[in-house]
Design a protein around this ligand. Structure first.
Ligand code: GAL
Ligand code: ZN
Length: 649
């Protein structure tokens, strides 16, 4: 069944209201809650002193009302006594100083002492609840970030990580190119995490930095795996997940979820309607990223329930229909669970203005009514459970490329992520299901792949893409592909390096125009304004699809098309606005013979299916009415409305 419910913090409320809260939850149709993820200080008020009575009690209340539970391990914030006794369990920042406790997320992920205490509290929880019939799943920690702690233990761990990657220190020196600026390491002890101010970071050796970012990702994955192993030891059947966010300091969730059963996402869409509709598919992108992390349906463990705020000024309140619409949108993109954050707005603590479903003691009000309506509507569509999105189309987007581009920005305003979003946006506008996956994944099940810069690349990646194209695949490769080897050093062969023969073109020269603009023209006369980056291309078997109009390279190819085996490879030497990507999406889908629908901008179409039926979910992600024709049928949608068409073909 579709899992629908809320995040709940019983430890913040008096026991007198637990029973009536849970009764109301059951009454309106909630079947799942998440609890516990920050409660260590209450579960273990002093070293080795455990107070589980309250958790026992609330779990029994939920059990009695047949509401299932996702239980969070509480490692994101440890009790103050632990930090006082063992200050080494606190992270050290890039300034070399130990973090002050008081907020959250300040645990050192590699500290042996921290892990010992974490293991003890997790085992105490498992002893009681590992086989409890109401525990549906476990969440490990909370929204883990990449581990950028610079303490002694993390320094050791980073050293071990790099020493396992290279045969010897001299190999490491060679691969990282440490001859530059007298950076040669004579002993492993000289290798440390990057200390210093942020503005100095980009002056550091990029090869070193990329390995550091790889370590930071591997280190958080290891911390979560350590927890998952403990849980599995007590109950091999249980489901393990962790809630991901979409933020700058994200770890590599592809890596983390390898060992986990389900990928989860915390879904806080923008409540301000963008004036230029600029980010209209941005939320769909984040949800497709969430589904792509395990390439299967996912869970939303936190969903927008009201105005956001606290550490930043509050956002506007969601418009009528928006909360419900955004929850439906997540289902449309593969969510099988939606838990709203949170049941009741907090009365105390730093998050009292990150709003829950209602404000006072009693559940009521506009947002609460809308939530109930969402529960009523979803009840009729429980048959969507067991359906999934099948996609012939993918956008490649990965942690590693993202990090490499962050280490070395390419031109003013150049953004790898924006290019991935633009490619996704173009495909969304054509009404096809889109997967967003890492380039490390299997690619053969797709017919169309768009890849923003594959900056870090080797022959094996090129070989996989070549096979994809030769077998009939249609590939679009973005600018800045094939620039670096796996060690984040520049290759010397002409760009796009390992992809040159697949593209049938090479980069003669490039112009990092940044915020400047250029124009390009297609053979059919269509012209587009481009920006950010211009590769001046030379065809070597490919044909020029579009050429530049301005500057000293007017007339030179900007986009090429190469026929290879049964497929085609396009190379995109520049960055356009969304109209260019729509043009390219249309072209590529037609070449692949994939059915497309031209939807009004802001309308999203996805198909969830099982062996028996295909369900089209059509969502109006705008604050205006939309009327259009889809498969000869007139469809009108109110703002944020979703329509489900059963038996869509
Ligand atoms: C999430 C986090 C929650 C809560 C929420 C609202 O990122 O997991 O614990 O803080 O944001 O701010
Ligand atoms: Zn540390």
């Amino acid at each position: 069944m579709l899992r629908l419910g809320v995040d709940y913090y019983p430890e913040h409320w008096s026991r007198e209201i637990w029973e009536s809260d849970v009764r109301e939850m059951a009454h309106i149709g909630i079947n799942t809650v998440r609890i516990g993820e920050f409660s260590w200080g209450i579960l273990e008020p002093d070293d080795g002193v455990f107070r589980f009575e309250w958790l026992d009690e609330i779990i029994e209340i939920f059990a009695r009302h047949r509401i299932d539970i996702i239980l969070g391990t509480p490692t994101n914030c440890a009790p103050l006594w632990l930090y006082r006794k063992h200050p080494e369990t606190l992270q050290v920042g890039r300034d070399g100083k130990r973090t002050e406790p008081g907020i959250r997320g300040h645990r050192c992920m590699t500290s042996r002492v921290f892990r010992r205490y974490a293991e003890r509290i997790i085992r105490e929880m498992l002893k009681r609840y590992a086989n409890h019939p109401s525990i549906l799943a476990w969440q490990t920690d909370n929204e883990p970030e990449g581990n950028h702690c610079c303490c002694e233990s993390c320094t050791d761990s980073f050293r071990t990580f790099v020493s396992n990657r290279y045969e010897s220190l001299s190999e490491l020196n060679r691969k990282w190119g440490t001859d530059v600026w007298s950076g040669t390491y004579r002993t492993w002890e000289e290798i440390r995490p990057p200390l210093g101010a942020d503005y100095e970071y980009n002056w550091l050796n990029p090869s070193y930095l990329l390995d550091y970012e790889r370590w930071a990702a591997a280190s958080s994955a290891d911390f979560l795996r350590f927890q998952a192993d403990l849980i599995r030891e007590s109950n091999p059947e249980t489901v393990i997940t962790v809630n991901a966010c979409f933020a700058a300091n994200m770890p590599d969730y592809h890596l983390i979820y390898k060992d986990f059963d389900v990928a989860s996402y915390d879904n806080y869409p923008e409540v301000r309607i963008p004036e230029d509709q600029g980010n209209v598919y941005s939320q769909a992108f984040a949800l497709d990223v969430a589904r792509g992390r395990k390439r299967k349906n996912f869970w939303v463990l936190e969903q927008l329930a009201g105005p956001k705020g606290c550490w930043s000024p509050m956002t506007p309140t969601p418009l009528p229909g928006m909360m419900k619409g955004y929850a439906w949108q997540a289902i449309a993109r593969g969510a099988d669970m939606i838990l709203f954050f949170r049941w009741r707005s907090a009365a105390r603590g730093a998050e009292m203005f990150w709003h829950g479903l209602f404000e006072g003691e009693k559940p009521e009000g506009r947002r609460y009514e809308e939530f109930k309506e969402f529960l009523r509507e979803t009840r009729a569509w429980d048959k969507l459970f067991g359906t999934e999105l099948k996609s012939k189309v993918a956008v490649l987007y990965s942690y590693e490329q993202n990090r490499a581009f962050r280490i070395q920005g390419q031109s003013e305003g150049f953004s790898y992520e924006d290019q991935a979003r633009l490619m996704h946006d173009g495909l969304m506008a054509m009404g096809v299901n889109v997967d967003v996956i890492s380039e490390k994944e299997e690619l053969d099940s797709y017919q169309v792949i768009m890849a923003p810069g594959l900056f870090i690349a080797d022959a094996s990646l090129a070989g996989r893409l070549e096979t994809f194209v030769r077998k009939g695949g249609i590939l679009l490769l973005g600018n800045r592909s094939g620039v670096k080897d796996l060690f984040n050093a520049r290759r010397l062969d002409p760009l796009p390096g390992v992809f040159r023969s697949i593209c049938g073109c090479s980069v003669d020269e490039y112009d990092p125009i940044g915020k400047g603009t250029q124009r390009l023209r297609f053979a059919d006369g269509e012209t587009f304004s481009v920006t950010s980056w211009c590769d001046i291309l030379k065809t070597e078997g490919a044909t020029a699809l579009a050429t530049y109009e301005d500057s000293f390279y007017a007339g030179s190819p900007a986009i090429t098309e190469n026929l290879l085996g049964n497929g085609r490879c396009y190379y995109l030497g520049t960055v356009g606005d969304r109209s260019l990507y729509r043009y390219l999406a249309r072209l590529m889908l037609d070449r692949a013979g994939i059915e497309r629908f031209e939807l009004p901008y802001g309308v999203e179409l996805s198909v969830r299916e099982n062996e028996r039926t295909r369900y089209a979910l059509i969502f109006n992600n705008t604050d205006g009415d939309q009327v259009f024709v889809l498969e000869q049928k007139k469809i009108s949608l109110r703002p944020f409305e979703v329509r489900i068409v059963e038996g869509f073909d």
